[in-house]
Design a protein around this ligand. Structure first.
Ligand SMILES: CC(C)(COP(=O)(O)OP(=O)(O)OC[C@H]1O[C@@H](n2cnc3c(N)ncnc32)[C@H](O)[C@@H]1OP(=O)(O)O)[C@@H](O)C(=O)NCCC(=O)NCCSC(=O)C[C@H](O)C(=O)O
Ligand SMILES: [Mg+2]
Length: 348
């Protein structure tokens, strides 16, 4: 069994002088976590534009940043944190893996230099609660030394078989846990899955109908099981699940379908690797206008949220009231950020 803090000490700061851990994870629009490489000067110049169009901006320090660019990426992110006008868009980072030569300096430098504007640290290849405990204590020490008044939160990537096996303990490892993302590329390698794709389906993974005149077959979702486990672990822990990357940038329809499956299963967002995927995530992770309209009718039809009612031939009760609440709450949250959505939802 991993070492867990007990119920009384769970919310105690892990270093003298560190800020109190949060009791509830902030609920903000997070339809996409937009990745950019902070070592790239041209992209750094685009940060204000990216921040206007994305819900969350993430300076990536890990995979996709070459080894000889790691320090430039870290320094570039410090520059962004110190100088860029993000207009209230949360700033996240993905640090290097904990066993790498860069992770320690990533945490020390970022919390010391820009801990006051850094909302969340994404930790790759998390295998169990012990990885979160290590980051948790170190963050507390760094926050205390930097005199920060609010804690930096932690987001784990689920991208090893061991991490999936331990997903519940990871989700509950610390009050800093903000959420978990699927990392389908590393996870595929860790599991010895035979695919070279970053997320998405595979034409060979399908179900064939029984023998008959015709034998239709349908492609299945390779990630259904893991997304299901991740969503349940996150919901049970009061944190947020995200589908991760979709690497085939040109396959916009494939990306949209994968994001939509994750949205319907409970994910709050996905990663965008390219500007085109910001629009896809916005479309997918904003509730459908007609569904919101129907959900509001459900809430109006059941003012106290109890009893049984009929609406358009469909039974409504306490449970459907709660389902409707999920959609309406999300629509109201997004409408506050997005005037076009506010108009579409009739909330302006
Ligand atoms: C994937 C890319 C390398 C593609 O870049 P590029 O070839 O430059 O694309 P385009 O020519 O179509 O670009 C058009 C313009 O858009 C700008 N651009 C591209 N990407 C971004 C971005 N992320 N943010 C902002 N702007 C972007 C280009 O500069 C062009 O601008 P201009 O020249 O002015 O017209 C590239 O998109 C990229 O590097 N994306 C991020 C990749 C990344 O972060 N990968 C790591 C996350 S996924 C992962 O790690 C796997 C996971 O961990 C797992 O295990 O599953
Ligand atoms: Mg990965």
């Amino acid at each position: 069994m991993p070492l867990m803090r007990n119920a009384r000490s769970f919310f105690a700061p892990l270093a003298i002088g560190a800020p109190d851990p949060v009791r509830a994870i902030p609920v903000t629009p997070s339809r996409m976590i937009h990745f950019f490489d902070p070592s790239n000067e041209k992209l750094r110049g685009k940060v204000p534009d990216m921040a206007r169009s994305a819900d969350i901006l993430l300076g990536n320090l890990e995979d996709a940043v070459a080894a000889d660019k790691k320090e430039a990426a870290r320094a570039g992110l410090v520059e962004v944190g110190r100088t860029a006008d993000l207009g209230g868009t949360p700033l996240w980072t993905r640090i290097n893996a904990l066993e790498s030569p860069w992770a320690l300096d990533d945490l020390v430098t970022l919390v010391t230099e820009i801990g006051d504007v850094l909302d969340v640290v994404m930790v790759p290849k998390v295998e169990g609660a012990e990885d979160i405990h290590y980051v948790d204590r170190l963050l507390a020490q760094l926050e205390a030394r930097a005199g920060l008044s609010r804690p930096v939160l932690v987001h784990a990537i689920l991208e090893t078989a061991q991490g999936v096996a331990n997903v519940e303990e990871i989700a509950n490892a610390s009050p800093r846990m903000q959420g978990i993302s699927l990392g389908p590329a590393d996870l595929a390698a860790s599991r010895r899955m035979k695919t070279t794709r970053v997320g998405g389906g595979h034409p060979g993974y399908r179900v064939l109908a029984d023998p008959g005149d015709e034998r239709p077959s349908y492609q299945q979702d390779l990630w259904h099981y893991t997304v299901g486990r991740m969503v349940d672990a996150c919901a049970a822990a009061g944190i947020f699940p995200y589908y991760g990357p979709f690497g085939d940038i040109k396959d916009e329809a494939g990306c949209e379908a994968q994001f939509r499956a994750a949205y319907l299963m409970g994910c709050v967002g996905a990663w965008s690797l390219h500007p085109v995927q910001i629009g896809i995530a916005k479309r997918v992770f904003s509730p459908d206008v007609e569904e919101v309209r129907f959900a509001r009718r459900v809430l109006e039809a059941i003012p106290d949220g109890s009893g049984v009612h009929m609406l358009d031939g469909k039974m409504q009760d306490d449970a459907t009231y709660k389902q409707a609440r999920v959609l309406v709450d999300l629509a109201e949250l997004l409408a506050k950020k997005d005037p076009e959505l506010a108009t579409a939802y009739g909330l302006s």
